[in-house]
Design a protein around this ligand. Structure first.
Ligand code: CTP
Length: 400
């Protein structure tokens, strides 16, 4: 099931050049499973056509003329009442001023007055207009009425100037919408701690011992936990991935740094999902200067790293649910069962990393969920996000 399945979003689009990005936003929200009803203001129609939005949402996009059409007098009330979220992106200074004053002179502002759903605003305008006391006062009023305001950010502006006025990027806005729509989910009020990626153990200032973990499964777990309404902290080894919007990200490099971060956070967490590929060994002494080739082939002596999961499971104050991950190249079930018991886990996610379509770097995974009570559930080949949802749903049931 898609993350925003059955969620209804009214996307208000107002007259700013950032309208072209609103089409991407509408597409992203639709791809996440939401039903997106777009309302354009008359000024927005100068920049972009309703057809553009209809083409990406598969639904009718509304303009002011529709106010006076056959659906007429109830259209704004229907759109407003049905919505789970009213997102206005881009939101111009003019629309912000109207909304703050409670004016309702077009389909969008009428719908905003009629809506009971949360209001999210993504302002976009020239820097000077954003800084103007009138705009700032509008935003203050709207925040006081409960609106969430995201952006604008700093950068190049259509005026050729640069400053704070750019609409937040569609991917980030979609992330904020996702967080807002997950409120009250099955993990609402729960703290979920996720580790992701591989650790790196320095040999010298330029070289490390690393592993092939991309962090994709761990980041997908963080996103899935957010989608179920949890408060998420993501402790991540080095990776190029972007943390999901709403997750609190802590970056670490080594296994020891990850252990320290996890132990500091574990006592307050309800659940730990330990997806990181923690290096079992580190160079016992990292050289403080780059090792030179002319010095000959070095011998790197290794020392054992802490077993983070085992340490957590031995703490008096620990998460109610501990989930481990076993990436194996052989004897999958026996090895995973052994880790489930020896690390004191409630559940372990076993995956055979020798398969081409599962494990490292790829976007899919094929796993078996083993639980403490002897339960065993083999999942088909799924996207890493779908695997994450299944893992989270099972772990959430263990919290009960
Ligand atoms: N793990 C950990 N600390 C370590 C090594 C692993 O917390 N030093 C966690 C991993 O994050 C994972 C689980 O333990 O959730 C199993 O990791 P894995 O590497 O498969 O197990 P190891 O105990 O390291 O055993 P081996 O590498 O010998 O298979």
């Amino acid at each position: 099931m898609l993350p925003l399945h059955a969620k209804r979003i009214v996307l208000g689009v107002t007259g700013s050049i950032a309208c072209y990005k609103a089409a991407d936003l509408a597409s992203k929200l639709t791809q996440l499973g939401a039903e997106v009803d777009v309302i354009l203001t008359a000024a927005a129609e100068h920049f972009i056509k309703p057809l553009t939005f209809q083409s990406v949402t598969g639904r009718r996009a509304y303009i002011d003329q529709d106010l006076w059409g056959p659906e007429g007098h109830v259209l704004h009330v229907k759109l407003g009442k049905d919505a789970d979220l009213l997102l206005i992106a881009p939101a111009t200074a003019n629309t912000l001023a109207k909304l703050a004053a409670g004016q309702a002179d077009n389909l969008l502002t009428l719908t905003a007055l009629a809506a009971t759903a949360p209001l999210m605003l993504a302002p976009a305008m020239d820097g000077g207009m954003f800084d103007h006391p009138a705009t700032q006062a509008s935003l203050e009023t709207l925040r006081a009425h409960g609106a969430q305001v995201h952006g604008p950010v700093s950068g190049h502006l259509a005026s050729g100037l640069s400053g704070v006025g750019r609409m937040l990027e569609p991917a980030e806005l979609a992330g904020h919408a996702r967080v807002a729509l997950s409120a009250g989910g099955p993990l609402a009020g729960r703290r979920v701690l996720v580790t992701a990626g591989g650790t790196q153990e320095p040999i010298d200032p330029v070289r490390v011992i690393a592993n092939r973990s991309s962090g994709k499964q761990g980041y997908a777990l963080a996103q899935a936990a957010l989608d179920l309404g949890a408060q998420v902290t993501l402790v991540s080894g080095p990776t190029a991935l972007i943390a999901p919007v709403g997750a609190h990200l802590l970056r670490v490099q080594t296994a020891v740094e990850m252990r320290d971060a996890v132990l500091a956070l574990a006592a307050a967490a309800d659940m730990l999902l330990m997806a990181a590929a923690v290096a079992d060994f580190r160079p016992s002494q990292a050289a403080d200067k780059k090792i030179k080739r002319a010095e000959g082939v070095p011998t790197v002596e290794l020392a054992a790293n802490p077993d983070i999961l085992k340490e957590v499971s031995q703490q008096a104050q620990k998460p109610r649910v501990l989930v481990g991950f076993a990436a194996e190249s052989n004897d999958l079930l026996a090895n995973a069962q052994g880790k489930l018991a020896s690390k004191g886990l409630d559940m372990i996610v076993a995956n055979d990393v020798s398969a081409q379509d599962a494990g490292f770097e790829v976007d899919t995974n094929r796993v078996i969920l083993l639980s403490k009570d002897g339960g065993q559930e083999e999942l088909p080949l799924l996207s890493k996000y779908e695997v994450a949802r299944k893992v989270l749903e099972k772990a959430a049931s263990l919290l009960k």
